[in-house]
Design a protein around this ligand. Structure first.
Ligand code: YRO
Length: 312
């Protein structure tokens, strides 16, 4: 069975890569990803300037996943742009890399995207729409008027491949409204989902929360979020123009989880929490497990079952 995956006219040897934010903060982590069985990588969402992020503990692994309130710690936009452009020069035939931006304001996002547009970067850009809005208003992706406005402004000048990272939605009216907005723009993909926002994990022995920022509230990842991730992948796969691909992120721990995301219609698959727990060897394991499942079912390629989820 082959895991070959064509995405944006490039054939990757497999659909797997890291989720932004995990194992992608500096050159060491990015190089390790690039030399792993991950088909490519995405950088930590960058802001214009380097950010320390929130006080620690700000990430905590738990039996069924993870909780985090990192606060966008990153080396700054120029650091990551330099990394991906140096890599293009080092490996002109390398798989296209992904570059994530998450400005703290609409203007900061536009400024960074203009810089990407004017640069030699020839990979894929991901706009993290969980980026914060003005205090008191929900994140951009949950403010539908602002969602349309920011994409309108971006596509007035951005002509390189652009995808968006979406938080989970939980209501059909939200799936419908978000999809109707996204369908208006020449996006190359939507990435479903970001962590489920503002969960709370408690250590019963200490009768305490486990992360310091936000009184312990943080984004959930891992097994907790797979059903929500699958639903969002399926909801957007069935609502968006076929030209807008789906990247499946959320709860991918085994080859079976990957198979389920592909059944829902995902093209590329991102691994976050499990990569944090296992390190880059997670890609070897998940790829082996997915191949075993495909062979048992008689599939030789992913196209034979992608999107073919049955209903009753
Ligand atoms: C939540 C934000 C800090 C606004 C964006 C960065 C981010 C973070 C983070 O840096 O805290 N964590 C996530 O699970 N998803 C994200 O998109």
């Amino acid at each position: 069975a082959s895991l070959a995956t064509t995405f944006l006219n490039h054939t990757y040897e497999n659909p797997f890569m890291n989720a932004s934010g995990v194992h992608c903060k500096d050159t060491k982590e990015l190089n390790e990803l690039d030399n792993s069985k991950s088909s490519t990588f995405i950088t930590k969402s960058s802001t214009s300037l380097k950010r320390e992020g929130n006080p620690e503990p700000r990430y905590f692994s738990v039996p069924l996943g993870s909780i985090n309130s990192m606060g966008l710690p990153n080396e700054g936009f120029n650091y990551y742009l330099k990394y991906v452009i140096d890599r293009q020069q080092r490996m002109p035939k390398g798989n296209p890399a992904f570059f994530s931006v998450a400005g703290m304001s609409v203007d900061e996002n536009l400024k960074m995207l203009k810089a990407v547009q004017d640069s030699d970067f020839n990979g894929v850009t991901e706009l993290n729409l969980s980026c914060p809005n003005v205090p008191g208003k929900p994140q951009v992706a949950y403010d539908f008027d602002l969602l349309g406005e920011i994409l309108q402004k971006v596509f007035e000048f951005f002509t390189k491949p652009l995808g968006v990272k979406l938080p989970p939605y939980f209501d059909f009216a939200h799936f419908d409204t978000a999809a109707s907005i996204l369908n208006r723009f020449p996006l190359v993909y939507v990435n479903c989902i970001n962590s489920i926002g503002n969960g709370l994990y408690i250590d019963i022995e200490k009768e305490s929360v486990v992360i310091k920022p936000k009184n312990g509230f943080g984004g959930l990842g891992g097994e907790y979020i797979k059903p929500t991730a699958l639903a969002n992948v399926r909801a957007f796969y069935t609502r968006l123009n076929p030209s807008i691909k789906i990247i499946g992120t959320g709860g991918i721990r085994t080859g079976g989880d990957a198979f389920e995301h592909l059944l829902c219609g995902a093209t590329m698959l991102q691994v976050g929490t499990e990569l944090y727990k296992e390190g880059v060897s997670v890609f070897d394991r998940i790829e082996r497990e997915l191949k075993e499942i495909m062979e048992k079912k008689g599939y030789t390629s992913i196209e034979q079952f992608r999107g073919k989820l049955r209903t009753l």
